[in-house]
Design a protein around this ligand. Structure first.
Ligand code: CP
Length: 316
């Protein structure tokens, strides 16, 4: 049975197969050709954390494939009362694929270990495989082919999103430059780091100019954790950490001046949600090189491909 957890278990050919499926399914959607390939199928979506894009893209994608998606909020189910292991085994009896956005990937892996239905990590503390696949799809689309994407740069903080993106790029032979003075401790996966280092495709540097040199695309993601803020203000208990990160990471902000100086050719990317004025500036979001909203839209086309791939469905 296929699962999508970290992309460690997927080969370069698996990744290419998903991207090809996404290209075909997107073309069919744009031409108005119906794609009822998952008619009668149910996607279970279980969230312990908030989401805009992941929820909407899976739900809309499932509708367009003729199936149905059920949104399960962890706080409003019996998961709060009962043993996770029992609740998840029972839940999987009702669906064909389970997508989980959980606090800990070990619980996603536990669900997958039952091998009842395919399981997707919909963003854990360590991985975001759906985002990585969608980001690569978007870059390939804007470069007129995956073979034309030669190098990406990632600025700011290493985290769950950069983990899966660097691994997928490395597997596909794309150079990755990480200009990252900070690493999110919870996201560290030594096995994933070893896999990427073995490819020789990933380089870490604190020299932004070097990281951006020749990059086809520049990515970033939020530096600040959501719990640092309440009602738009920094909570007093996180004030020191907020200031430390802001001072350390501000030179790595993705902004128009940086692009003009070091990578005028590069596409600007952010997986969203964005913290404007922190990891990215308004002039980068609205820059002619920005493909951030295409990147968001492609989540849906790639989610559809992921579902079809997991269920081993062919499309004509
Ligand atoms: N990028 C991403 O996963 O967005 P959401 O958190 O809104 O799902």
């Amino acid at each position: 049975m296929r699962h999508l957890i970290s992309l460690k278990e997927q080969s370069a050919d698996d990744i290419r197969e998903i991207l090809t499926l996404a290209e075909r399914i997107k073309k069919m959607y744009k031409k108005g050709i119906p794609t009822p390939h998952l008619s009668g199928k149910t996607l279970l979506m279980f969230f312990q954390k908030g989401s805009t894009r992941t929820r909407i893209s899976f739900e809309a994608g499932m509708t367009e494939l003729g199936g149905h998606a059920i949104y399960l909020d962890a706080a409003k189910t019996q998961f709060a009362l009962a043993d996770f292991r029992d609740e998840i085994r029972a839940s999987m009896r009702f669906g064909d694929v389970l997508m989980m956005r959980l606090m800990r990937v070990e619980d996603v892996a536990l669900a997958a270990s039952f091998d009842q239905i395919p399981v997707i990590d919909g963003c854990s503390e360590k991985y975001h495989p759906c985002q990585a696949l969608s980001d690569i799809f978007t870059m390939a689309e804007h470069s007129n082919g995956l073979e034309n994407v030669k190098k990406i740069a990632w600025l700011g903080i290493e985290n769950n999103v950069s983990n899966t993106l660097k691994l997928a790029c490395a597997k596909l032979g794309i150079d990755v430059a990480l200009a990252t003075p900070e690493v999110n401790d919870a996201s560290v996966d030594f096995e994933l780091n070893d896999q990427t280092e073995e490819t020789g495709m990933v380089r870490k540097t604190l020299d932004i100019k070097e990281a951006l040199h020749g990059a086809d695309y520049v990515h970033t993601d939020t530096w600040m954790d959501v719990e640092y803020f309440k009602n738009g203000e920094v909570r007093p208990e996180f004030a020191n950490e907020y200031e430390r990160r802001r001072a350390l990471l501000m030179p790595y902000q993705l902004n128009a001046a940086l692009i003009r100086a070091h990578a005028s050719q590069a596409g600007i990317m952010h997986c969203m949600p964005m913290h404007v004025g922190y990891e990215i500036s308004r002039d980068a979001i609205d820059h002619p090189n920005s493909i951030i909203f295409d990147q968001a839209e492609n989540r849906k086309h790639v989610q559809k491909a992921i579902l079809l791939w997991l269920l081993e469905m062919k499309i004509p």
